[in-house]
Ligand binder design. Structure first.
Ligand code: F6R
Length: 241
C-alpha cells in the first residue's frame, strides 16, 4: 500500500483528480469504479474543472458504482444515481449507456445483485476503483464482518453508518438497506485509490495502516491487494499540520 499524506481536503482532491485523469489519458475507454459520499465531491469537482481546462474527453469511459440504497428510485435526490448524474456523469459527458449502478428498486434484489456482478465481470477489469472509508472501516457498504470474498449483495446498514448519513435524509425516510459490490468484487480491480479526510476517519485509517487484515474492519482487506494508494489528509492520519 502506498500512503500519501496531504495537508487537507483540497490537496487530497487535487491529487486524486490527477490520478483519475491520467488513467483516462492513458486508457481512454477505461472502466472506472466510483464512490459517492462527501469525501470524493471535491475530487469530482476538480476532475470536471481539469477536463474542461485540458479538453479531456470522457466519452469512451465506462463506469461502475460501488453501491445504491434499497427502496429509493434513481430519480430520488439522495439516490446515488442522482449524485453521480449531478457530480460526475453529466459534467464530464460520460454516456448514460456506459454508466452502471445497482438498481435499488429492483423487485428481486438477489437477482439484481447477480445481474450487477455480471455487468462488472463483462466490462472486464475495473482499471481504477475509487473508495471512501466509513468511520467503522466500511468500504462500499460492506459493514464489519463481511467476508473478504463477498460478491455484490444486499446489506442492512449499521447504526454507525445510518448516523453518519442521517443529515442527507432530514425530511425523508432514510433507507436502512443498500446493494453493494462485495469486498471480493472490489479486490478484483486492477488499481484502488482510497480517499480519507477528516478526524472522524482517524481510527479506521490508523487500523488500516497497522497492516493486519481483519474482517472486523472491512478496509483492511486492501492490505491483500497489490496496487492500492491511500490519500489521507493530516486530520485523517492524526497528524498535526
Ligand atoms: C459510498 C460508499 C461509502 C462511503 C463511506 C464514506 O459510495 O461506498 O463507503 O465512501 O461511507 O462516506 P463519506 O465520504 O460521506 O464520509
Amino acid at each position: 500500500m502506498k500512503v500519501i499524506a496531504v495537508e487537507d481536503y483540497e490537496e487530497m482532491s487535487r491529487l486524486a483528480a490527477e490520478i483519475i485523469q491520467s488513467k483516462v489519458q492513458s486508457v481512454p475507454n477505461a472502466v472506472l469504479g466510483f464512490a459517492t459520499g462527501g469525501t470524493p465531491i471535491g475530487t469530482y469537482k476538480q476532475l470536471v474543472a481539469n477536463a474542461k481546462e485540458r479538453h479531456l474527453s470522457f466519452r469512451m469511459v465506462r463506469t461502475v458504482n460501488l453501491d445504491e440504497y434499497v427502496g429509493i428510485s434513481a430519480e430520488h435526490p439522495e439516490s446515488y444515481h442522482s449524485y453521480m448524474k449531478k457530480h460526475v456523469f453529466e459534467p464530464l459527458g460520460i454516456l448514460p449507456e456506459n454508466c452502471h449502478l445497482p438498481d435499488g428498486e429492483a423487485e428481486d434484489l438477489v437477482l439484481e445483485c447477480e445481474r450487477y456482478e455480471k455487468v462488472i465481470e463483462q466490462l472486464g477489469e475495473v482499471e481504477l476503483q475509487v473508495l471512501g472509508i466509513g468511520q467503522n472501516g466500511h468500504i462500499g457498504f460492506n459493514e464489519p464482518m463481511t467476508p473478504f470474498s463477498s460478491k455484490t449483495h444486499v446489506v442492512e446498514l449499521t447504526a454507525s453508518t445510518l448516523t453518519a448519513n442521517a443529515s442527507y435524509f432530514l425530511n425523508v425516510k432514510q433507507p436502512t438497506h443498500a446493494i453493494t459490490m462485495g469486498i471480493g468484487t472490489i479486490l478484483k480491480s486492477r488499481e484502488i485509490l482510497l480517499l480519507a479526510s477528516g478526524e472522524s476517519k482517524r481510527l479506521a485509517v490508523n487500523i488500516l495502516l497497522e497492516g493486519k487484515a481483519d474482517e472486523k474492519v472491512p478496509a483492511t482487506a486492501l492490505i491483500t491487494h497489490p496496487n492500492v494508494t491511500i490519500i489521507a489528509d493530516y486530520p485523517a492520519l492524526g497528524l498535526k499540520e
